[in-house]
Design a protein around this ligand. Structure first.
Ligand code: PLP
Length: 389
């Protein structure tokens, strides 16, 4: 039996339609998009078509779309690039939150070596930062505000439109990591008022290693990857033609199927929650919003009678033995025994933090698979709880 995969917030399989779209660009149209001959031109056309499609899907201009190697590069590029553009004028403060993805937190922390200060806004217990908090925090030293749209561990949704309004009034560039929101909830840069955003293909049934950075024309920003003149000198490096074609297809499909898939995830999530209530009533908590978040993410922590909590790593391993893939917090920090920084950030105790798992649904998951998860969880937790107390 194939494993039951509930880790779609970590990555997704490539959709067969996406694979079909990208394959010709490996062996048939394999040119370098910078070349002046026919092979080059074919690729250039495919890339510019993809750029236009992507721009249209998020309400941007094609000239505002830059192809990168993924969400991590896009987040790094904008945070470091805006800081470089503004720090010499004394704007050295980065406003963000402690529950951002490490692709935002770590570059911000690294900029401390160049004089940056970081203001971390405290989210509420469901993971939300308000526009009022941002308004209060902004100072004449603020270079950039970076707050994610959808949290990848707990599924909370920040009010980015309201936050963007505050930033625009104070003329501060606002970046939002939209890796988990594109294809899940509507993302339109004009509607939301964003100055920049990040997208990653592999979270939406595209391949790993390709992403988008949208930067609104006029945003103070110095590109950080120098090389050839690709991407109008904003990101050097031979363009990943197949990846770019795949990115466009993945975005198109996921946005087109969004409502249908969300209804599917809502059902899976509701069955999971009612199963948990049936088996573990009073012995589990939902981390993040029970309602009002994105339906493809469900993060739960288990309580034990002795209040010492469970070994989440062990729970993960036991589920893996049963052929079930979930995650404890974000995959990037798995292996380290630290409780998730996101769960800590929303005020969860270390005990709940280390006893938590993230279940993230994808389009191929079925209700039967969710029932299977609940049944296996029941057996494993009974065993584990018997051994802790
Ligand atoms: C996965 C993820 C990233 C990193 O994207 P990569 O393409 O894997 O580098 C950044 N932010 C969020 C919210 C993510 O979920």
């Amino acid at each position: 039996m194939d494993p039951v995969y509930f880790d779609h917030a970590a990555t997704t399989p490539v959709d067969p339609q996406v694979l079909d779209a990208m394959l010709p660009y490996f062996t048939k149209s394999y040119g370098n998009a910078n070349s002046a001959h026919q092979h080059g031109r074919d690729c250039k056309v495919a890339i510019e078509d993809a750029r236009e499609l992507i721009a249209g899907l998020i309400g941007a201009e094609p000239s505002e779309i830059i192809f990168t190697s993924g969400g991590t590069e896009s987040d790094n590029a904008i945070i470091k690039g805006v800081f470089e553009a503004l720090s010499r004028a004394g704007k050295t403060e980065i406003i963000t939150s402690p529950i951002e993805h490490h692709a935002v937190i770590h570059p911000a922390e690294a900029l401390k070596r160049q004089g940056a200060t970081i203001t971390y806004l405290q989210p509420d217990s469901s993971g939300i930062i308000t526009a009022e908090q941002v308004a209060e925090a902004i100072s004449d030293k603020t270079a950039i505000v970076s707050l994610m749209h959808v949290n990848n561990e707990i599924g909370s949704i920040n009010p980015v439109k309201e936050i963007a309004t505050v930033c625009r009034e104070k003329k501060i560039p606002f970046h939002s990591d939209t890796v988990q929101s594109v294809g899940k909830i509507p993302v339109n840069v004009k509607e939301l008022g964003l100055d920049s955003l990040s997208i990653s293909a592999h979270k939406i049934y595209g391949p790993k290693g390709i992403g988008v950075l949208y930067v609104k024309n006029g945003t103070p920003w110095i590109p950080w990857l120098q090389g050839g003149s690709q991407e109008r000198r904003r990101r050097g490096g031979t363009l990943n033609v197949a990846g770019i074609v795949a990115m466009a297809k993945a975005m198109e499909l996921s946005i087109y199927d969004m409502d249908k898939l969300n209804n599917h995830y809502k059902k899976l999530r509701a069955v999971a929650i009612s199963g948990l209530k049936r088996k573990f009533n009073g012995r589990f908590v939902i981390n993040g919003p029970e309602e009002g978040g994105v339906p493809h993410i469900l993060n739960v922590g288990f309580k034990t009678a002795d209040d010492k909590g469970l070994d989440g790593e062990m729970l993960l391993l036991n589920l893996d033995i049963e052929g079930i893939c979930v995650s404890n917090g974000s995959a990037c920090t798995s292996g380290a025994m630290e409780p998730s920084h996101v769960l800590k950030g929303i005020g969860r105790s270390d005990v709940i933090g280390k006893s938590s798992i993230r279940i993230s649904f994808g389009k191929q998951n079925t209700l039967e698979e969710v029932e299977y998860l609940i049944e296996k969880l029941d057996g494993i937790l009974e065993r584990m709880m018997a051994t802790v107390s």
